[in-house]
Ligand binder design. Sequence first.
Ligand SMILES: Cc1cc2nc3c(=O)[nH]c(=O)nc-3n(C[C@H](O)[C@H](O)[C@H](O)COP(=O)(O)OP(=O)(O)OC[C@H]3O[C@@H](n4cnc5c(N)ncnc54)[C@H](O)[C@@H]3O)c2cc1C
Length: 390
Amino acid sequence: MKHHIVVLGAGYAGAITAGRVARRLRRDDVRITLVNAEPDFVERIRMHQLATGQDLTPRPLADLFKGTGVELRIARVTSIDVDAKTVTLDDGSPAQRLDYDTLVYALGSRWADQGVAGVTEHAHQIADRPGAVRLRDRLTELPAGSPVVVVGAGLTGLELATELAESRPDLDVALVARRGFGDWLSPKGRAHVRKVAADLGITVHEHTTVTAVEDGAVRTGTAAPIPSAATVWTAGFGVHPLAAATTLKLTGTGQIVVDDTMRSLSHPDVYAVGDAAYAMGPGDKPLRMSCASATPAAWQAADAIAARLTGARIPKAPIRYFHQCISLGRTQGLIQMVKADDTVTAHVWAGRGAARYKEFICKGAYWGVARPVMHPVRRRRTEAVGAVAA
Ligand SMILES: Cc1cc2nc3c(=O)[nH]c(=O)nc-3n(C[C@H](O)[C@H](O)[C@H](O)COP(=O)(O)OP(=O)(O)OC[C@H]3O[C@@H](n4cnc5c(N)ncnc54)[C@H](O)[C@@H]3O)c2cc1C
């Protein structure tokens, strides 16, 4: 019997893990199944571009994994039983069961309303492709002068607001920041994002907490309601609720707690990678939900799975941060340098070159998904199929 590795989710983390495991192990020994709800690989870090009308290159997963030995299942995961080691899928036909020996959980994250009234009913989101497409359709309907409010001035909100103001200068774009605008950046970085926002005509509401989202307005705790023909909620991400229905050890926010090989602390045959995982990074700080950490975490999980199955030494992938790369529209960008633990330093790179570098990083993130598939390596014979549960 072949050892069956099931990877749930083909975002950055799951797709990289599946491709890399396939490179490391022989097809005679293992079967690898990759389950994803959508037939395409979605470049999630470009959702603000999609929402503002840019066309993204289609990336069919079937093409990506052709000839790799990874079996693709386009289906929604509806439940997981980590004690019986089964997963239930829904692909439109009667519910199907998939048994596994090793599970990789990479279902990512989704938008979270943070308990604020009216968000689910009245706000848009760009955490996934359907959300970005709905927002794009709404923006297309809006006449010149319409107010659009982006709630949340973190990386996602900042990238969306600038992209929107640049591509639709006829709209009245506002950005709501609960704290000071750009206050996590270095002084030079903060000054740059403030200048770009001002040049693009974005109204920034700092130190403002949104208490409710309504049809046509955003209510705040302190000031009069902000008029809004389209409100976009970027104020928080939460993880998929499927893990919470299992006996896996989780954090209070539902992330799966893993060790430094991305293996579950409670279930040794389960690995978690990407936004769904709670792993400690440099400086004993949990890894931030990001593509920047999902990629090396996926390398680590794949290498650990392959090593445990072949009896080899587990290599350690370096997981650290170098910079935060922020697009501010298509012509402006900010590269904020950080220490290994993501603490910002005084150094930044700002301007057109930074925008081009951010584009290079986005291409690189996709290349990281496709590369393990394009360059197969010599595979190792699986020696210790049972050892994975040790
Ligand atoms: C607009 C935007 C910009 C961003 N920019 C950056 C950036 O510049 N740099 C950076 O480092 N990070 C960025 N991020 C964060 C980054 O996108 C995420 O951290 C990253 O996508 C996490 O990868 P993942 O594989 O864990 O999850 P995802 O990429 O979300 O992949 C999860 C996969 O699971 C699938 N899935 C979900 N539920 C099910 C189910 N029930 N059944 C089957 N399949 C399912 C989804 O279809 C998806 O393919 C950005 C995020 C957004 C939204």
